[in-house]
Ligand binder design. Structure first.
Ligand SMILES: [Zn+2]
Length: 449
C-alpha cells in the first residue's frame, strides 16, 4: 500500500493533470491494497464485459461502422458485431456516444529513458534513479491511448527490458512493450554516449551496444537476444540528437547491416535502422531491415526500394516542434535539426503518395511522453487520410512488430486493447489527442464518461 501511495504522489507531482484519473483508478483497484498484491495489473479480469460502440473504426477494412457490440472475455475479444446478444451477467460499458477504435501503437518510443534535451544528463543519475523516474513515462503513454509500443533503444542498456517485464507483471501500469535492449551503434556513433573527454571510460551499460565490425555486431546481437531484446535497433547514419554527429554521414557499412539482419534473424528478431542520409537508408533497406526510422532524406530510389522490399517507414514528423521550441535543446542539435525537418516532411508526403508501407512512430522522449497523438494531425497535414494515419498506428504497427495475431484491430481472438474518443477522428483527427477510454487486455485504465 505504501508503495502505491508513493507512486501516486510521484506521478501527481510530475503530471498533475492525470491525478484525478489515477486516483479514481487506484480506488477502483482493491487488489492493489491487499498485502503482497502490489501487482495490481497482474490480476486477470474475470468474466465477460460488453462494450456498446456508437461508432466503430474497422481498421482492417478501412471503414467506419455504427452501433457495434464488442464482447470481451477475460483479456480477449470474443466477438464483434451489430446484432450480438449480451451474455447474462456481462458488465456493460456504454460507449454509444463515442468512437471506438483499437488501442494505439507507437513504433518509436524511448520510455525507459528520461526526456532530457541533453543526453549527458544520464550521467548524473544512477541506473536505478533513471528507472524509477521513467515509470510515469509508461503511465502517461498508456493513459494517452497507446496500449502497445515498440521501444527502440535506451542509453542505460536493458532498463527497457526491466520496464517491459515490470509492466507485464503489473508492478506499474504502461503499454505492452517490445524493446531493443540497447542501441547497436559504432563507437562514438549516433547511438553512443558522446561528448565526453576521451579519458573517461563509461560503464558497460552505457556502451553495451557499441560494435565496429560485422562480427562485433553479431556478438552484440547475440548478447541482446540472450538478455531479452524483442527486436534490434541499429544506427545506419549519424543523428540529430547526438554530440559530434553528422546526420548525413554513413555509420554502419552494408556488411555490418547485413550481419545485423542475419544474426537477428537467427534469434527470430527483426531489425529497425535509424537512418537520415539517403545512402544509409538504402544500405539498410538492401540489408533487409524491417523498418527505417526517421527516413529523413530518403530519395526516389530509396522510396522505390522500400516499396520493392516491403520495408516500413516510421517517420517522426512531429517532434521538430519540440526540438525547436525547447529552451534546453543544445545548439548543435538545433543546427542538425533545422537542416532536416522540412526535408523529412516533404519526403513523408512523397512516400505516402508512392504507397510505401508506413507506421506511426514519434520518437517520444524527444517530445514529452504522453503527447504522442499530436503526430496524427501532422501525418494528415502531410498527405495521409485520417484512416491511413490510424491504420499506421494500428494494423500496420502490429504487422511491423510481428504480432498481428495479438493486437492492431478489434477482432475476435485478439487482445482486448480498445480506446474511445468523444468525436469522430475520421472527421477531426485531433480527437485522438483526447482519449476518453482506455482498455488494455480487458482491463479498464481510464474512463472519462
Ligand atoms: Zn529515437
Amino acid at each position: 500500500m505504501r508503495k502505491k501511495i508513493i507512486l501516486l504522489m510521484l506521478t501527481c507531482s510530475l503530471t498533475p493533470l492525470l491525478c484525478t484519473a489515477q486516483q479514481a483508478l487506484a480506488a477502483a483497484m482493491p487488489a492493489a491494497s491487499s498485502p503482497g498484491a502490489a501487482t495490481a495489473g497482474a490480476v486477470p479480469p474475470a468474466g465477460v464485459t460488453v462494450i456498446r460502440a456508437g461508432k466503430f473504426i474497422d481498421v482492417e477494412k478501412g471503414r467506419e461502422l455504427e452501433n457495434q457490440i464488442i464482447v470481451i472475455r477475460g483479456e480477449k475479444i470474443e466477438a464483434v458485431g451489430a446484432n450480438l446478444g449480451i451474455p447474462e451477467g456481462a458488465k456493460v460499458i456504454d460507449l454509444s456516444k463515442m468512437t471506438v477504435l483499437p488501442g494505439l501503437i507507437d513504433c518509436h518510443t524511448h520510455l525507459a529513458d528520461l526526456a532530457d534535451a541533453e543526453p549527458l544528463e544520464v550521467l548524473k543519475r544512477t541506473a536505478v534513479e533513471t528507472a524509477y523516474a521513467a515509470i510515469p513515462n509508461a503511465r502517461v503513454t498508456l493513459l494517452a491511448g497507446f496500449t502497445t509500443v515498440r521501444d527502440v533503444g535506451v542509453y542505460r542498456a536493458l532498463n527497457d527490458v526491466a520496464m517491459r517485464d515490470a509492466i507485464a507483471k503489473g508492478i506499474f501500469i504502461g503499454p505492452r512493450m517490445y524493446v531493443a535492449g540497447a542501441y547497436v551503434t559504432i563507437s562514438e556513433g549516433a547511438g553512443a554516449m558522446t561528448g565526453l573527454s576521451p579519458d573517461i571510460q563509461l560503464p558497460l551499460d552505457l556502451r553495451f551496444g557499441e560494435a565496429n565490425s560485422p562480427w562485433e555486431v553479431r556478438q552484440r546481437i547475440r548478447e541482446l537476444a540472450h538478455r531479452g531484446a524483442d527486436h534490434i535497433k541499429v544506427l545506419s547514419t549519424g543523428a540529430v540528437l547526438t554530440h559530434g554527429s553528422n546526420p548525413k554521414s554513413i555509420e554502419f557499412t552494408p556488411e555490418e547491416l547485413r550481419a545485423a539482419v542475419e544474426e537477428a534473424a537467427n534469434f527470430g528478431l527483426r531489425v529497425e535502422a535509424h537512418a537520415h542520409a539517403a545512402e544509409g537508408i538504402k544500405n539498410a533497406i538492401r540489408a533487409g531491415v524491417a523498418s527505417i526510422e526517421h527516413a529523413t532524406l530518403i530519395d526516389d530510389e530509396g522510396i522505390a526500394l522500400a516499396k520493392q522490399h516491403g520495408t516500413y517507414l516510421d517517420m517522426d514528423i512531429y517532434d521538430e516542434e519540440c526540438i525547436q521550441s525547447s529552451p534546453d535543446t543544445p545548439a548543435d542539435f538545433l543546427q542538425h535539426d533545422r537542416d532536416l525537418a522540412e526535408a523529412q516532411r516533404r519526403n513523408f508526403t512523397k512516400a505516402v503518395r508512392a504507397g510505401v508501407k508506413m507506421t506511426f512512430g514519434t520518437d517520444a522522449g524527444v517530445c514529452p511522453h504522453g503527447i504522442n497523438a499530436r503526430q496524427f494531425a501532422f501525418m494528415v497535414k502531410y498527405g495521409m487520410t485520417p484512416m491511413q494515419a490510424i491504420q499506421a498506428a494500428t494494423v500496420n504497427a502490429a504487422d511491423l512488430i510481428g504480432h498481428s495475431e495479438l493486437f492492431g484491430s478489434i477482432t475476435a481472438g485478439k487482445s482486448a486493447d480498445i480506446v474511445a474518443v468523444n468525436g469522430d477522428p475520421l472527421v477531426n483527427i485531433r480527437e485522438l489527442e483526447q482519449v476518453h477510454f482506455v482498455m488494455k487486455e480487458g482491463k479498464v485504465y481510464k474512463f472519462d464518461e
